[in-house]
Design a protein around this ligand. Sequence first.
Ligand code: HEC
Length: 182
Amino acid sequence: MKRTKLLMGVLGVTALSLGLIGVGLGGHHDNLSREARIGLSIAPVTLNLRGKNRELVGLGSYIVNAQGGCNDCHNNGTQYLPGGNPFLGQPKQINTAGYLQGGAVVFGVIAPPIVPELGTTPPLPAGRTYRQFVQEMRHGINPDDGHILQVMPWPDFQDMTEQDMRAIYEYLSALPAIPPAP
Ligand code: HEC
């Protein structure tokens, strides 16, 4: 009898500590991939996660910010804040006011905004539907006039998985929207 009680006590404490460890590790990021967790922590602007899939948003941020270098080109002409330029040996501080908002001239071409564009409900990244976005990312085809994007590294991006494409689009959809370029 005594032994059973002892055993139950030990089991109880073990279960409790396993539970606590679980909460500590998972927190409110339960079940997110490593990439998604990193992605959510490095997104430079506040995300609108309402109705969005956190795993996809996080993975998308990871691809956009840690792999794809999208803001190297799609910034507004000032990628880093004064005093925050890593190329000058300064600690990185992204110019969030111009993040992915377009305007920078890259190899003679103006990089367009890829944040959501106000005007539709919900606002769409670069004003493109998911279908059009994938056309551009996989085939470099501009849906307006069919021309082939000349600077955008779509020949590299085209081989990403469908899940990665979805993730990038979901992440871009979670960024603050701006009015369309005049
Ligand atoms: C080397 C610079 C560069 C990088 C890196 C880059 N882009 Fe681009 N992107 C451009 C330029 C410039 C254009 C304009 C079209 C062109 O290439 O002529 C463009 C066009 C686009 C378009 C079409 C926008 C529209 O208005 O239809 C999308 C979408 C896009 N880029 C998404 C991305 C994403 C997502 C990433 C990162 C995964 C990325 N780009 C990385 C330079 C770049």
